[in-house]
Ligand binder design. Structure first.
Ligand code: ADP
Ligand code: MG
Ligand code: ZN
Length: 606
């Protein structure tokens, strides 16, 4: 038992809190308000003021005395003092010729008193509370079909039919195939029951952000024509303490009533984080929620027809208990799309916009290695927006190409002011990248060079396009990549004899490759095939952590430096050999601001 049996408790607490506040209000604040502008003094002061004849009038209430003093400027000030047992008081006042009276406490009717001091504030509080609650709830349930669950006010998104099918999910053929079994089961469970085959209860979709995990889950529901319950991991833990577990319980209860159906838990890593990794104390709320989830998953039979899908991009952080058989024991990778996948995704999204007749999606796919499905959807949409802006009724190839640049590097900063001197440096820098790329045998062909500044802060860029996706990188190719990255700065040195800050990103990327060569790819002689680093989060940026002694770490740095220095020298050598072309190409780029790959090659080979 974990104390959440009455989900209304938070509301009860709320009312108790209101009552407490009203009590405090009546006890302290009200009298305070009433006696505003009244100064408390001691009895002695009271007597002295009477003797000095400054007191104008006195009012005696049960156990207090209020009196009005007139000062030398004629201003009146109200004072109050406690009433002591002073039999002479009346005489004193009479002698001092002070207006005085004893007020006979004139009580309001007790009913009115009660109403004003208890019921009214209570009503106001409840009103405000209800208002806030409603606001909160409407915020949480902003979209979709929101249903209220049982007593706990849990909100879960339910879609009777998602309306999304596998046709909307491009690429991801392996993932689709793995999920096909689930669909088949939901469509005809009898087939499975007859043989006694058990379908996996939980399927975990893992992959980088934007690759279509959520989309796939919806498509599974759409293909099986069953209701789709979805909730995001972060929603479990954001509200009140103790609500997470209640939500889980209600979600499963509701799902079992609606079976067959799909329950989708997005971003499950937010609740499913390994319980040991939280450090001391941990996060009780999250742990409770996770425990409840584990209990619920064990609590129902798979043949009920509830299939639980979950998605995460941090599978390595998940608690082992979640992954054991009978829970999320099936794992479906949803990877970044390859070249064909990217083309297919562009086509799927291209269906929704009006296109020019000669659109070449494959070249756009080539220009976007590493892009996720979400990026590609965004590219198509950017292109459509651009077409609208230009007053056209259809999207052209050029729109798509331009929006690739936008998604990669941001919008053009047309009115950015850059001095001629800086422009020259930037042009040499970009031509440096392109020229060295063209002069090496393994480098991908140059597709585009531009020195139009972008909103991302890029002052220009050189785009290379691989013909096909590369799954392996040879040592030779890695070294060439580093050389190309370092060639921008090298060109500044060779042509102008200056070095600028413009190469910081190149330097960072080059160093990363060099480091991976030494620490992970076994491409250095010193360390041979020794693993020195591990990747800690595969799907989010690929951070790494060293697993070596400090001494070895220093030697790794040395090794990395050696690679960088050699590649830097090589870039300088290539540029020195082709110095004339370097100047000629830079002149062209300065004039035109953007060179296509073909234009570049033409000048280079002329
Ligand atoms: P994830 O959940 O993996 O982060 P989503 O499923 O939310 O990614 O994808 C975001 C959007 O990107 C989708 O709504 C869709 O428009 C687009 N998208 C992603 N992957 C694909 C794909 N394989 N096919 C078509 N569209 C995709
Ligand atoms: Mg998602
Ligand atoms: Zn550069």
């Amino acid at each position: 038992m974990n104390g959440n049996d009455n989900p209304r408790k938070p509301i009860l607490y709320y009312y108790l809190a209101v009552a407490a506040i009203v009590l405090l209000f009546n006890a302290f604040i009200m009298p305070g308000l009433m006696s505003m502008r009244v100064t408390q003094v001691d009895y002695g002061t009271f007597l002295r003021e009477i003797e000095n004849g400054n007191v104008k009038s006195v009012e005696i209430v049960d156990d207090a005395i209020g009196f009005v003093v007139v000062d030398q400027h004629g201003r009146e000030q109200i004072y109050a003092t406690g009433r002591l047992d002073d039999p002479d008081l009346v005489n004193r006042l009479y002698n001092a010729d002070v207006e005085f009276m004893k007020v006979i406490p004139r009580e309001n009717s007790p009913l009115v008193n009660f109403l004003v001091s208890w019921i009214l504030p209570m009503l106001i509080f409840i009103g405000v509370g209800q208002f806030l609650m409603r606001r909160l709830q409407s915020k949480i349930g902003g979209m979709g079909n929101v249903m209220s669950f049982g007593k706990s006010n849990v909100k879960v998104y339910v879609e009777a039919q998602t309306g999304i099918t596998f046709a909307d999910v491009a690429g991801q053929d392996e993932a689709k195939e793995a999920l096909q079994e689930v669909i088949d089961y939901l469509n005809n469970p009898e087939k499975y029951k007859e043989i006694g085959a058990k379908i996996p209860k939980g399927v975990l979709l893992v992959g980088p952000p934007g690759t279509g995990k959520t989309l796939l889950a919806k498509a599974v529901a759409g293909e099986s024509k069953v209701p789709f319950f979805s909730i995001s991991g972060s929603e479990f833990v954001e509200m009140f303490v103790g609500m997470g577990a209640a939500r889980v319980r209600d979600l499963f209860k509701q799902a079992q009533e609606k079976a067959p159906c799909i329950v989708f838990i997005d971003e499950i890593d937010t609740i499913g984080k390994s319980r040991t990794s939280g450090g001391i104390g941990g996060n009780d709320e999250r742990e409770q929620t996770l425990n409840q989830l584990l209990t619920e998953m064990d609590g129902f039979e798979a043949d009920k027809g509830v299939v639980i899908l979950a998605a995460t991009n941090r599978p390595e952080t998940l608690d082992k208990a979640l992954l054991r058989p009978g829970r999320f024991d099936r794992r479906v990778p949803v990877e970044l799309p390859d070249l064909r996948g990217r083309e297919a995704i562009l086509k799927v999204h291209g269906r929704n916009v009006k296109l020019d007749s000669n659109i070449d999606f494959i070249s756009i796919a080539r220009a976007t290695p590493g892009a996720s499905g979400a990026d590609l959807a965004n590219i198509v949409n950017e292109a459509a927006l651009r077409a609208v802006k230009q007053g056209r009724s259809y999207v052209t190839q050029h729109d798509l190409e331009e929006s690739v640049d936008v998604v990669i590097a941001g919008y053009q900063r047309k009115n950015a002011v850059i001095s001629m001197k800086d422009k020259l440096t930037i042009a040499y820098h970009e031509i440096g990248h392109a020229l060295v790329a063209a002069k090496q045998k393994n480098s991908a062909p140059v597709h585009k060079i531009t020195i139009i500044p972008r909103t991302s802060g890029a002052l220009g860029f050189t785009m290379q396009l691989e013909e096909d996706d590369k799954v392996l990188m040879s040592k030779e190719e890695a070294l060439e990549q580093i050389t190309v990255l370092l060639a921008g700065r090298s060109a500044e040195e060779v042509a102008l004899g200056v070095i600028t800050s413009g190469a910081s990103n190149d330097i960072e990327r080059a160093t990363k490759i060099a480091r991976a060569m030494v620490a992970r790819f076994g491409m250095s002689e010193t360390f041979d095939m020794m693993a020195l680093e591990t990747v800690t989060n595969q799907y989010l940026g690929g951070d790494t952590s060293l697993m070596v002694s400090a001494e070895t770490a220093a030697r790794i740095d040395n090794e990395v430096l050696k690679i960088i220095k050699a590649c830097h020298q090589r870039a300088i050598d290539i540029l020195e050999e082709n110095k004339e072309k370097l100047h000629e190409l830079t002149k062209h780029l300065l004039e035109k601001e953007t060179l296509s790959g073909d234009e570049f090659m033409e000048i280079l080979n002329s």
